[in-house]
Design a protein around this ligand. Sequence first.
Ligand code: UDP
Length: 333
Amino acid sequence: MILITGAAGYIGSHTAINFLNNGYEVVVFDNLENGHIQTVNALKKIGNVHFVQGDLRNISDIESVFEKYKIDAVIHFAAFALVGESVENPAKYYRNNVFGTMNLLDIMVKYDVKKIVFSSTCATYGEPKYTPIDENHPQNPINPYGNSKLCVEYMLKDYDVAYGLKSIRLRYFNVAGCDEEARVGEWHEPETHLVPNILKSTFGNGKKFKIFGNDYDTVDGTCIRDYVNVEDLAEAHRLAYKYLCDNNESNVFNLGTEQGDSVKQVFDTCEKVLNRKIDVEIVERRPGDPAKLYANASKAKQILGWSPKRTLENSIQSAYKWECNLDNFKNNV
Ligand code: UDP
């Protein structure tokens, strides 16, 4: 049985579907602070899902899961992930992302569960010294969110040496798209991400889409990111789990498409996919945005046998289908 923490959230729920589709029984652990009960209900319709509402900051909550279920491995997403909020309230990030994860790891050691796939981030690299970014790039995060994820990476290395806990640290770049059948999708409140913000602006909610800065040193002046499709990302988690089973050794992989797209290019692709003009205005830069981030993901390709299959167009198509269905989904408790 696979324990997925944070599986009521965006990437966690897509990963749960991937495991369910491959015949695994899944325990969803989520405090529903940012995750949604509607997502848990959607997962229950797809496969064998057990749901435990709990918080990693309470060690008894997570221990109860290991008491009740025979867990073979953990896929760990549960975390706060807003950079700006982490600057204003670092304690919240260290308490949940670091201390909460420590509770989880301690219970894993206690119950002799020795495999974990950890959701890390390219934010652990900080301001890039070169692109594309490979796994050997120095890690110097520039905000508490990145620091909290890097702390866990250190913790995982040390728990391996001391207790034989084997981990795969997956460093994601930007994530986009949704389940093609729109059974689950991206539902953040507030929504800060590029693709959903472009799409939401087309629903007549009065919020014009804003590009944060067009004076960066890039091809068209807007920031460049690497947008990997969420279903491709989900697949990488299952391959990482398989790697742990086959090799019983810790490792780290970047996950990205290796292609940089500018904000303007993503916007143009949205207009193309939706076949309509979208209103846009250029505003000030958003603090803390590096000009260019994209991955060298050749290690994941070679060692995990992972290859992203979906294009940015595919991601925008599935995200749009999801946005059209989101109000129904929210009401479907
Ligand atoms: N962005 C933007 N307008 C928005 C949201 C995002 O111009 O409404 C830009 C943002 O400045 C960054 C890129 O889109 O350059 C990706 O931002 P996102 O928040 O999606 O992901 P991040 O790179 O911060 O993880």
